[in-house]
Design a protein around this ligand. Structure first.
Ligand code: IMP
Ligand code: MG
Length: 184
């Protein structure tokens, strides 16, 4: 069965197998770095859920998790940097070694604001793990501690990433065909 919505997905940029290998490598590094720490992984909804749930299951150390949902006015609007908290964390992060899990770092606007906010709540430490990074699109300087893959400036979907809320459940990363924007 092939639904029409999938016709807009072009080349596969990262296969299931490539992703799974990389997630294991990242988890190994993070397990090592956090073995004597008090890890609290924070997912920024919704894009990060697939990455985060795969990553946490590949760790060989304990971790707690929490989620937040934000929207930010994009870099192209008149009010960059304004962060809307749609859903806040349930946990007090004070004293925890917080690792933010993100789906993709584009301009960096959203993540830099989230980072700033969490820092005001005095975690023991704060680092960022992003599944994908589009370095060529960066307008705000954000320090990334763990990166899954650096990718070129193309609009990608799958593995949590959406276009208009579709494609999040694809198990691989595909490039969205330009026709997809034109057809909507
Ligand atoms: P930033 O604030 O510009 O870094 O925006 C990052 C957010 O934009 C991500 O969390 C995604 O929701 C979205 N985004 C950026 N590039 C892509 C892409 O190629 N595919 C799907 N979503 C994207
Ligand atoms: Mg999105």
């Amino acid at each position: 069965m092939m639904q029409d919505v999938f016709l807009n997905v072009g080349t596969t940029l990262l296969s299931k197998e490539q992703i799974s290998i990389r997630i294991k490598e990242m988890a190994k590094q993070i397990s090592e770095d956090y073995k004597d720490k008090n890890l609290l992984m924070i997912g920024v909804l919704k894009g990060s859920v697939v990455f985060m749930t795969d990553l946490m299951r590949a760790l060989d150390i304990n971790c707690k998790i929490d989620f937040m949902a934000v929207s930010s006015y994009g870099a192209g609007t008149k009010s960059p940097g304004n962060l809307n908290i749609l859903m806040d964390l349930r946990k007090d992060v004070m004293g925890y070694d917080v690792l933010i899990a993100e789906d993709i770092l584009d301009s960096g606007t959203t993540l830099s604001k989230v980072k700033e906010l969490i820092l005001t709540r005095k975690p023991a430490s704060l680092r960022i793990a992003t599944f994908l990074d589009k370095p060529s699109r960066r307008t705000v300087d954000v320090k990334i501690d763990y990166t899954g893959f650096e990718i070129p400036d193309e609009f990608v979907v799958g593995y949590g990433l959406d276009f208009d809320e579709d494609y999040r459940n694809l198990p691989f990363i595909g490039v969205l065909k330009p026709e997809a924007y034109e057809n909507r």
